[in-house]
Design a protein around this ligand. Structure first.
Ligand SMILES: Cc1cc2nc3c(=O)[nH]c(=O)nc-3n(C[C@H](O)[C@H](O)[C@H](O)COP(=O)(O)O)c2cc1C
Length: 196
């Protein structure tokens, strides 16, 4: 009763949404990816810095290179998912800040002139956006399989550059047979929420 979101949408985005480990071969289209991005781009970030970058792995050659850098247990699903995306944090996000924060363009030099500060901000805010992205994938009626089990340094070298830090690889598609492990329990409210 306290939630205003339609119960079916609550199920689609959270209660019945699962982390998929197998997929059908139904393709994920560019239109779906664009619709997901056009939704999740509105998720908030500090100073609207929007540091998430997304690399879609579409070619067979790139896919095989990536599979070879995944942990063994992640290889089969990364090979067979209809779409694989590498999510990264842009440590040079400040270059876009004047356009992204037109009412306060000085923020770029006032707060983000130093690289270590940018790296910290990019990590927090791009990870936040990665969460929005997973929910956006679900909003498109698809399942996401996020993974951090891979060689981060090698993925950065092969697919990104010094300015982009890998965050996670996400398999995307319609869930296939035996797509999930049993649902694991979640922490209860009294284990998580304190009031002061
Ligand atoms: C950031 C992140 C990294 C993850 N890395 C892996 C991984 O490397 N391999 C894997 O099999 N699952 C990985 N998972 C999947 C989680 O174990 C799974 O999302 C979680 O247990 C919840 O599962 P459920 O959505 O089916 O309830 C990862 C999930 C997240 C969000």
């Amino acid at each position: 009763m306290s939630l205003v979101l339609d119960p079916a949408a609550q199920d689609l985005l959270f209660r019945e949404a699962r982390t998929a480990n197998t997929f059908t071969d139904e393709p994920v289209t560019e239109e779906q990816v664009q619709a997901i991005y056009d939704l999740v781009k509105y998720g908030p970030t500090a100073f609207n810095q929007s540091p998430l970058r997304i690399t879609l792995v579409r070619s067979e050659e790139a896919r095989e290179r990536l599979v070879g850098l995944m942990a063994e247990g992640n290889q089969a699903k990364t090979r067979t998912a209809p779409l694989v995306a590498i999510l990264s944090a842009d440590n040079e996000f400040h270059n876009e800040l004047p356009a992204l924060l037109p009412h306060f363009p000085q923020a770029k030099d006032m707060f983000f002139s130093e690289r270590p500060v940018r790296e910290q901000a990019a990590l927090v805010n791009a990870t936040l956006q990665a969460g929005y992205f997973i929910v956006g994938v679900r909003a498109a009626g698809l399942a996401a399989g996020p993974m951090t089990g891979f060689d981060f340094a090698a993925v950065q070298k092969e697919f990104l550059d010094d300015d982009h830090t890998p965050l996670m690889v996400i398999n995307i598609g319609k869930p296939g047979e035996d797509a999930w492990f049993p649902r694991s329990p979640r922490l209860e409210q009294d284990e998580v929420i304190t009031t002061v």
